[in-house]
Design a protein around this ligand. Structure first.
Ligand SMILES: NC(=O)c1ccc[n+]([C@@H]2O[C@H](COP(=O)([O-])OP(=O)(O)OC[C@H]3O[C@@H](n4cnc5c(N)ncnc54)[C@H](O)[C@@H]3O)[C@@H](O)[C@H]2O)c1
Length: 390
């Protein structure tokens, strides 16, 4: 296996965890250094026994110190576009965290840059669910036609209070930095739904709000039933706020959405960032069968529509505290295989742009209170992606 020299822009918790997973699955990696004003991922790297390399002044100084086998971007979402542009100009292969960019205009501009670049350098986006064995199984079952034509899909993403409180204190609480609660958290899920649908959303509607981490709420309990402190577990990191209930948060803390795809598939989605029954679940109903994927418990259940025997159940086993259930390690293997030219990475930059734009249309619907017709958005994306447009 080749030895890989890596440069990091934004050495936060996420990139540190991805590097740890890469080491775990056998990458021969050397982190040459990082550009980050306050690298919150350093303790995670230390725990994984990975030397962080040199602290560069900024991304320009880092990128000028090549060659790199991989440049990894793990900055907050509002910086992805700028960091992708400088990394593209430098020309080394790139791994960038999701969401690929934060806004609609950045999506079109990046699409134009991708079209002009023609695939060089390669860009791998950290939509890690694509690498999860349970998700691969769901995609394989749908592609094999086991469910027939997909008719309707119901999905959830419900986070426990500590996770919600972390989002309410971390940079994700601000639209300027994170985009939105849904963009940061569930662009993964909408990437998979788009893939399962084999089509793009045609119309979306959505409602959301901030009724949990709301400074107007009175008598919010601050302890669990056993007396232990609530809402205090994690260091909120870069630009963190002290109090989940009294900050400058301007993103929603719960949101629902309904979508109709171009091929007729109807989808409903429910997310909440403060629940006592954690859930991430996809219920996929087709003309010939039904599938239920429990992403938290890592279990799948499927049965043909006209079959009264017990459903087939698959337990994918691995459960980890980060809820990624081994996905980071699986993605690290996929990334190595893609870099070494053995097989394509499971998600493309175009898929990533479509997932982001889908959630941005949902957020527009929630912000305006109107149903959004997605056709003009896809027309602009397609125009930007055409090679001649660049
Ligand atoms: N794929 C996944 O499952 C997953 C999970 C978590 C986070 N993420 C994504 O990873 C990215 C980072 O999230 P995180 O949880 O690691 O956040 P984090 O707050 O832990 O890390 C962000 C890092 O960016 C650094 N930073 C701030 N300004 C910078 C600048 N100008 N230049 C370089 N670095 C700068 C911060 O100092 C911090 O170290 C986000 O885009 C997030 O959406 C993906």
């Amino acid at each position: 296996m080749n030895h890989h020299r890596i440069g990091v822009i934004g050495l936060g918790q996420r990139i540190a965890h991805v590097l740890a997973a890469m080491k775990e699955v056998g990458w021969m990696l050397q982190v040459a250094g990082y550009a980050d004003p306050s690298p919150v991922g350093l303790p995670i790297l230390a725990d994984a026994g990975i030397e962080p390399g040199r602290a560069y002044r900024d991304e320009a100084e880092l990128l000028g110190d090549g060659p790199f086998d991989l440049v990894m971007i793990g900055s907050p979402n509002h910086l992805h576009f700028a960091h992708l542009n400088v990394a593209f100009a430098a020309g080394w292969p790139i791994f960038a965290e999701k969401p690929i960019v934060r806004t609609v205009e950045e999506s079109y501009a990046l699409a134009g840059a991708l079209a002009a670049a023609g695939g060089a350098p390669p860009l791998f986006v950290g939509l890690v669910m694509r690498s999860m064995p349970i998700v691969r199984e769901v995609i394989a079952r749908v592609d094999a036609g086991e469910l027939g034509v997909l008719v309707s899909l119901d999905a959830t993403e419900h986070l426990p209070p500590e996770h919600g409180a972390y989002l309410a204190r971390n940079w994700r609480r601000r639209q300027d930095w994170g985009g939105s609660f849904m963009l940061d958290k569930v662009c993964h899920d909408f990437d998979i739904f788009n893939r399962l649908a084999g089509a793009r959303p045609a119309q979306v509607a959505s409602f959301g709000g901030r009724r949990i981490f709301d400074s107007d709420r009175e008598d919010v309990p601050s302890t669990y039933e056993d007396g232990s402190a609530a809402y205090a577990l994690r260091d909120a990191g870069w630009m963190g706020a002290n109090d989940a209930f009294h900050s400058d948060m301007d993103v929603d803390d719960h949101q629902v959405a309904i979508l109709r795809y171009e091929n007729g598939l109807a989808l409903s989605f429910h997310s909440n960032s403060h629940v006592s029954l954690q859930e991430r679940r996809w219920y996929v109903a087709g003309t010939r069968g039904t599938l239920l994927a429990d992403l938290v418990r890592n279990k799948l259940m499927v049965r043909p529509a006209l079959d009264r025997r017990k459903p087939e159940r698959i337990d994918f086993g691995t459960r980890t505290a980060d809820n990624h259930n081994g996905a980071d390690q699986a993605m690290a293997i996929d990334l190595l295989a893609a870099l070494e030219g053995e097989r394509a990475f499971p998600v493309t930059p175009r898929d990533s742009l479509e997932a982001g734009l889908t959630v941005m249309a949902i957020d527009e619907a929630a912000a305006t209170g109107r149903m959004v017709d997605c056709a003009p958005m896809w027309a602009r994306l397609d125009a930007a992606l055409r090679p001649s447009a660049g």
